[in-house]
Structures are given as C-alpha cells and as structure tokens.
Design a protein around this ligand. Structure first.
Ligand code: PSV
Ligand code: MN
Length: 396
C-alpha cells in the first residue's frame, strides 16, 4: 500500500470514535420471548464494567449511551452514582436517551397523546433528562418516540404534528448552550399504521422548528427495505442537520444486527458521503457515531467488539477514496472510473494498517481475541449466571 494511503488510514483512525449503548449488554429478546444469556448485564454498574472492557481492547469507545429509565432509576440523583462508575470503569456517560415509550401512560403516545397531562408528563421527563445530561457533562439528549396509531382514522395526524412541534420547541428551550437534541425517526414498530416521526423529513422539520440545537438522528435500521440511506445522509449534511447515528445492520426490519454483518458496503457508502462532505467543505462534520444494537443470541460484549472493529474498517476504507479524482470523474461523467474509485477503496484490505495503528497506541492488534483470552467473560459468567437464570429483565 502506498505511504499516502497508509497515512490516510492512520488519520481516519485518529478521529474515529464510536459510542456503545448500555442496553446492548443486557438481556433482550423478540416479541416471542427471551433467551437469557448467563453473562448479560443487569445493573448499570455491570453495563459500565462491560463497556469498559470494550474500550480497553479497542481504545475507541470512551463513552457509553445511557437510557434514563433503565440506567438512571433515581433520576437526577443517579448522576452521582454514574460519576463514580465513570471513574471506576474508565468510560464516560455519553448520550442520554429519554424513554417516552415504556410506561403504561404512553399507551396512546407521549408528545402526541391527546391527553394534555400525559404530554406534560412526557415533557417533564425530557426536562429531567436534560438536567441529568447537564450533571453528567453529556452533550446529546437523544429522543425516539413510539408514538403513532395502528388503524386508519384513529388519530388526528395533523393535530399530533402540532403537539410534537410544541413539545419539542419547549424541550429545546430547556437545553443548555452546549447541548444538542437529537431527534430519531422510524417508519413503523410499534405503531403499524402511522408513526408520528416516520422519516428523516419529518425529523428534520421538527428539529428545525424546535431550534438550532436540534438535529436529526439516523438509526440505520429505521428505514424501508432498499431505501438509499446515504442519500438521506448527504441531504442532511447539506442542510447541516445531521446530528448522529445509531448504527446497526438489518435484513428485514429493525433487526438490530451486528454492523456490517449483512451489508458492509452500505455503511461504507454512508461514511463516504460524510468524508466527501468534509473534503469538499474543509470542515469537520459534527456527528455523534453511536451503536444501537441488542442482538439476543450472540455474546454481547463480543458482538459489540465486532461492530466497533467493523466500523473502524469501513471508516478507514472510506478514507481511502481519492476525492479529487472522484470529483473529476463525476464532472466528466466517467461512470466506470467514478464507480471504480469507490469499489477499489472498499475492496482494499485495511486490516494490516489498523493493526499497526493499534500497536502504535499500545492497543491489542486483535481486540476480540484479547478479550476472549482475558478471562473476563468466564468471570462474569460465573458471577451473573445464577441471577440471570431466573431474572427475565428486559433491556434494563
Ligand atoms: C427504537 O427502535 C430505538 O432505535 C431507539 O433508539 C431506542 O432508544 C432504542 O432503539 C432502544 O430501544
Ligand atoms: Mn435507535
């Protein structure tokens, strides 16, 4: 590999960091049931401990995303406990995820609920989450809404849009200057007729209406089959409205599979759009890369390490694209050359350079192997197996 390409890979790895979700270490399942894993985390401390292991072997996951209801059971008073866990396990609290979908009161929605008291309750939860984020020095408050309806005629779609505009604006007003509100979209599930924030356009509209600190959060699993996600990314970049990602892979719906396990080229194309934007504008895109996975059969810590190392590889491959040559080929409508520039970068084996970079940072060359040989998994399996055999904890 040419020295310039090796350098591009090195530079890309220097900048690439990815956040891991606390809920990715806990037992999860499908709506048909749960298969419990003996080593699954059940407490916030266990999640921090597992996340610390991922960061120890990869060196690129300094933050852990927290879900307020699952990780901060005492609300704002949890901040002290979490700060202690940060010090103990060497990972910091990252994005703070509101939970406006699990409590019984949200049966008919949160910000879109016809009951003003429930809308107010949802707003208060958001304000509390903002305060928790402030205490934990977390910049991003991420919001996903299950709001929607299951049958035509059962919800006033335009009225609910207004309620969403109002509540998000009020939420935005409560942000501190350094914070951001990231608004996630999803076309279906759990609602199967209409979802209030179903796509990136709705999320962008609501974010723009809310205020300048609100941006769109793209969860790669939240699209219809074969939707062109990188085009959405390109448009959001162009509008300066891309706030972050929830990465995962999928084959059919929101499958939450390991990143790149089904379609690594898709993730490469997303990274390419971002790096091409940065090359063109000369500005760093301010994007939070986060993982949102909770596959229920594979070992959770190992699966997370797989995702992190895959993300690094795909980001490094995207950094190899010769942007000047691509721009030239596009201008000349040289289709074969333009397409080949992408394919050549994607097909380059970047693993040797990534290993070199790891060595230069004092990190293990093979994070997964190092983790598997560390004895950590055997230890937590012993410690947690008995409890996990009868606790049917959900995400939390
Ligand atoms: C919903 O499917 C989602 O992607 C949201 O980000 C939630 O916060 C997360 O998954 C966990 O359920
Ligand atoms: Mn998500």
């Amino acid at each position: 590999m040419a020295g310039r390409d090796a350098e591009k890979i090195f530079l890309s790895l220097e900048e690439f960091r990815i956040e891991i979700p606390s809920w990715g270490f806990a037992n999860t399942g499908t709506r048909f049931g749960k298969f419990l894993q003996p080593a699954a985390a059940a407490t916030t401390e266990e999640k921090f401990s597992d996340a610390g292991q991922v960061h120890r072997v990869t060196g690129v996951c300094p933050t852990i995303a927290l879900h307020v209801l699952w990780d901060c059971p005492e609300g704002i008073n949890s901040a002290k406990t979490i700060a202690a866990l940060e010090t103990k396990y060497g990972v910091q609290a990252g994005s703070i995820n509101t939970n406006l979908f699990q409590d019984q009161i949200y049966k008919y929605g949160s910000f879109g609920n016809p009951d003003p008291e429930i809308r107010q309750h949802a707003l208060q939860h958001t304000i509390d989450s903002i305060e928790i984020a402030r205490k934990l020095h977390s910049r991003d408050i991420t919001m996903w809404f299950a709001d929607g309806s299951n049958y035509p005629g059962t919800a006033n779609i335009r009225q609910r849009k207004k309620w969403f505009e109002e509540a998000l604006k009020e939420s935005h007003n409560r942000l501190y200057p350094e914070q951001r509100l990231l608004v996630e979209y999803k076309p279906f599930e759990p609602a199967f007729y209409h979802t209030d924030i179903a796509d990136w356009g709705m999320s962008m509209h609501l974010s723009k209406t809310a205020g300048p600190q609100a941006k769109v959060l793209v969860d790669t699993g939240h699209h219809y089959q074969s939707q062109n996600i990188e085009q959405i990314v390109a448009w959001l970049l162009s509008e300066k409205m891309l706030g972050g990602f929830h990465f995962n892979d999928r084959r059919y719906a929101d499958d939450d599979l390991t990143l790149g396990s089904i379609d690594p080229y898709q993730v490469f194309r997303i990274f390419h759009e971002i790096l091409s934007y940065e090359w063109e504008t000369g500005a760093r895109a301010d994007i939070a890369y986060m993982i949102d996975q909770s596959h229920n059969l594979k070992g959770k810590i190992e699966e997370t390490i797989q995702t992190v190392t895959m993300a690094q590889q795909l980001f490094a491959k995207a950094a190899l694209v010769d942007h000047a040559a691509l721009a030239d080929a596009q201008t000349r409508c040289d289709l074969i050359r333009a397409e080949s520039l992408l394919q050549d970068a994607f097909n380059t084996d970047v693993r040797p350079q990534i290993q070199e970079w790891r060595t230069s940072k004092g990190l293990p060359q093979d994070p997964l192997k190092t983790f598997q040989e560390s004895g950590y998994l055997e230890r937590i399996t012993k410690e947690r197996a008995e409890r996990n055999s009868h606790s049917v904890s959900s995400y939390a």
